[in-house]
Design a protein around this ligand. Structure first.
Ligand code: FES
Length: 139
């Protein structure tokens, strides 16, 4: 069996939503200390809907595929739904990741949470700090 699913290869080779949003409403950057990969997510939010999302990822193929899939999963969705996005959902949408690459999908979840946190803070919106706390499962 191939190590990577066709979906992972597709999102790695043709990543969706790559780039930056100059006037983003929320920006989140995270890194993994072990592998050194970095991911940055930009959100454009209007009326509580994620109108646009872009990412820049300096990292492995799984991190690029995870960012691409994660942005697809939250684009056009309400903020409350984006908040629920888990790394598990990202990995499942990619038809799975090898166990030693699961942390790449965690990076995507954390970058989105950080961007949402930035959005809340810029707008003085109260938020559940626990729900947005970074996970420590792979650091
Ligand atoms: Fe670290 Fe993929 S190897 S994000």
């Amino acid at each position: 069996m191939a190590l990577y699913s066709e979906k992972v290869m597709d999102h790695f080779r043709n990543p969706r939503n790559v780039g930056i949003i100059e006037d983003a409403d929320g920006v989140g950057e995270v890194g993994n200390a072990k592998c050194g990969d970095i991911m940055k997510i930009y959100l454009k939010i209007n009326n509580d809907i994620i109108e646009d999302v872009k990412f820049e990822t300096f990292g492995c193929g799984s991190a690029i595929a995870s960012s691409s899939m994660a942005t697809e999963l939250i684009k056009g969705k309400p903020v409350s739904e984006a908040l629920q996005l888990t790394n598990k959902a990202v990995a499942e949408a990619l038809d799975g990741l090898p166990v030693h690459k699961l942390h790449c999908s965690v990076l995507a979840e954390e970058a989105i949470k950080k961007a949402l946190q930035d959005y809340y803070e810029r707008n003085g919106i109260d938020y559940d700090k626990e729900a947005l706390a970074p996970c420590d499962c792979c650091s």
